[in-house]
Design a protein around this ligand. Sequence first.
Ligand code: AMP
Ligand code: GLY
Length: 417
Amino acid sequence: MRVLLLGSGGREHALARALAADPDVTDLHVAPGNPGIAAIAAVHQADITDAASVTGLAGATAADLVVIGPEGPLVAGLADAVRSAGHACFGPGRQAAMIEGSKSFAKQVMESAGIPTARARTCVTSAEVDAALDEFGPPYVVKADGLAGGKGVVVTGDLATARAHARECGTVVIEEFLDGPEISLFALADGVTAVPLLAAQDFKRAHDGDRGPNTGGMGAYVPLPWAPPGLADEVMGTVIQPAIDDLRRRGIPYRGLLYAGLSLTKAGLRVVEFNARFGDPETQVVLDRLVTPLGGLLEAAAAGSLAGAAPLTWAPGAAVAVVVAAEGYPGQPASGDLIEGTDQAQRIPAAYVLHAGTAADTAGRLVSSGGRVLNVLGTGPDLATARATAYQAAAQIEMRGGWYRGDIAAEAAAAAI
Ligand code: AMP
Ligand code: GLY
């Protein structure tokens, strides 16, 4: 099978690594990729926001399967263009991707499918905003309606801050605050059938102790030893399958990865958000444990044949990912800083490094080129070992202004959740 993977982050490096390990994947092409991906796949310079550029490359590489990583191209309709050009595609079309592209559309789906989520109001005028803030009370949760790269949500006890964010965003969804640990559950879907991957936990806030601004995610781990037994089945039955069924009834089959962000509140599980693609950095730890070859699974999802797929198999043990970020992230990140120590990190047994925001400078040296620069992975028989390995490896990385959270998976490893 010839696969073309689109994207350039840590998620795509993890996807490329898993696809390269699938014996049925004979050719792996990635656009635009990054220096880490270039070491394991053929990297091409295509503009993935341009459908003609992508379908041209899919044709030139005779791709049997196109896998779309990031949400921007999905929401713009790239999967539709790829399918129209005659290639199987893993990724929802434009309308189905609106489950991530519009918070208010996601709420409509949840309402019509009876999926548990925070009570919410979609607001445009300042009078609507004030009424909703008053109705739900603090802590205030204000979400930009459209795509915001993980930075559209403000959770604050301060009314003026909540109002100001609403004013900046235009259309917003204001909702009740959900109090409980958050998890991410990903499901592969083929329009009808859905198959869950391992549940993971992400760390959205910038700083230790869940302080500071929201980010795209600063680290992740699997498994979740503290999660209630049967969690994945419950999420499949109450969230994922109802969403897939609702979209199908709307005439929008969902083919790709459906990401449910969930809060486990005292009153039961609630959906915080849906995303239309693999989460980043959760994918890095989830795929680390996947034994079933990934290419065949993504192909089955694209072809509508997931119902016939064998049950997934997972490696026992744990994986922890620590995100090394650039100075200034999640605001304006610095770029062009020299990155050293990746070889030393990879020499630590059971550790490896995935590239997220990296580039090669004119002299061929590795430099930073994005907010989240590297994902340092540690694996092991249990979370405490995997975590110690990840941090030992992260300590090898040297980059001016580089930083990372020190508490990824700490509570879970200490059985303190
Ligand atoms: P979202 O983009 O909707 O996932 O929101 C980003 C982050 O904001 C989530 O991962 C949560 O940590 C936080 N958040 C979003 N909605 C709520 C809510 N209703 N209650 C509490 N925290 C929330
Ligand atoms: N890690 C959160 C996300 O991918 O949206």
